[in-house]
Write a protein that binds this ligand. Structure first.
Ligand code: SF4
Ligand code: SF4
Length: 288
């Protein structure tokens, strides 16, 4: 199989091992008008993931991020981490349902790199979790040498709890970060977006769109954007297609208006320039 070379302009490699989750958060981003958790998809086996992911040639500052759903629910989660080639750095987004999956099974040095934030980023969901229990697990992970931090989403319903948790965790020496809530609550749209109307979920419009992310779904399909993987729209390739190569180009998309907040949110790129988003969109009257 051919190597998959990550373009210089790319900023993220998302590996959705599964959309299954042990929790049921009321504002799960996987459910942003989507079919992610209700659609049955074949999951790639650990062996298949390792074969596919080991084709990737990336930079040290661009890890592959194992995420979900809850990625540790993949039956071969440990095997995948332990068999990805050492040249690839690995980050994990998890709700840390069971710290024993990591401790004793995975070398903490495998999930560590030179970055301003932890490689294992644990999401704290006050409506579904006990903070004390989460802190116990995170401290245990830290004591076992893992690079681990907690992230809380500033959803209007839980802002106060998140800020309290942040203060408490920091007093215990735990890296706790807050993340803005993206999406709609009580009719109000939260977050700053680069393209007005992109997440309105009203009309559909045809545009040209170019991504800066490699997005791989649970069955190995590769998508144009996060909305496409959640909605199970048409894929643009497969990680096990021996000829698959990334084409860094604008593609026609008829789904503008039904984009995912994660793709459109305004952020700072890796050169610390503000005003970027994961995708760049050109409208029909613009030159591509
Ligand atoms: S833990 Fe994450 S993936 Fe699971 S339900 Fe909550 S927000 Fe969704
Ligand atoms: S226009 Fe929106 S839905 Fe279409 S590919 Fe771009 S981000 Fe995805």
């Amino acid at each position: 199989m051919k190597s998959i070379i990550i373009p210089e302009s790319y900023n993220y490699i998302a590996v959705f091992l599964t959309f299954s989750c042990n929790l049921r958060c009321s504002f799960c981003i996987n459910d942003f008008g989507s079919v992610a958790r209700t659609t049955k998809r074949r999951l790639l086996s650990g062996k298949e993931w390792v074969e596919g992911l080991n084709r990737i040639v990336s930079r040290p500052d661009l890890p592959i991020t194992l995420q979900g759903g809850e990625p540790t629910l993949h039956k071969d989660f440990v095997y995948i981490i332990n068999n990805i080639k050492p040249e690839l750095n690995i980050d994990v987004l998890t709700n840390l349902r069971d710290e024993k999956i990591f401790i004793g099974n995975i070398d903490p040095r495998r999930l560590k790199r030179d970055a301003p934030y932890a490689s294992i980023r644990v999401s704290y969901h006050p409506e579904q979790m006990s903070l004390n229990e989460l802190i116990r697990k995170v401290l245990k992970m830290q004591n076992n040498g893992f690079s681990v931090g907690i992230w809380g989403i500033m959803h209007p319903k839980q802002e106060i709890e998140i800020l309290k948790a942040e203060k408490y965790c920091k007093s215990l020496g735990i890296d706790f970060r807050t993340k803005e809530f993206l999406g709609t609550h009580k009719g109000k749209i939260y977050g700053q977006y680069r393209y007005p109307g992109a997440i309105s979920k009203r009309d559909k419009k045809s545009v040209f769109c170019k991504t800066t992310e490699l997005i791989i779904g649970p069955n190995g399909d590769i998508y144009r954007c996060t909305a496409d993987v959640y909605e199970k729209r048409k894929s643009i390739g497969h990680i096990l297609d021996p000829d698959f190569q990334i084409e860094d180009k604008f593609r026609l998309c008829e789904w503008f208006g039904h984009c995912n907040p994660c793709d459109i949110k305004v952020k700072t790129n890796r050169f610390q320039q503000f005003g970027h988003s994961s995708v760049e969109i050109k409208f029909q009257d613009q030159e591509v």
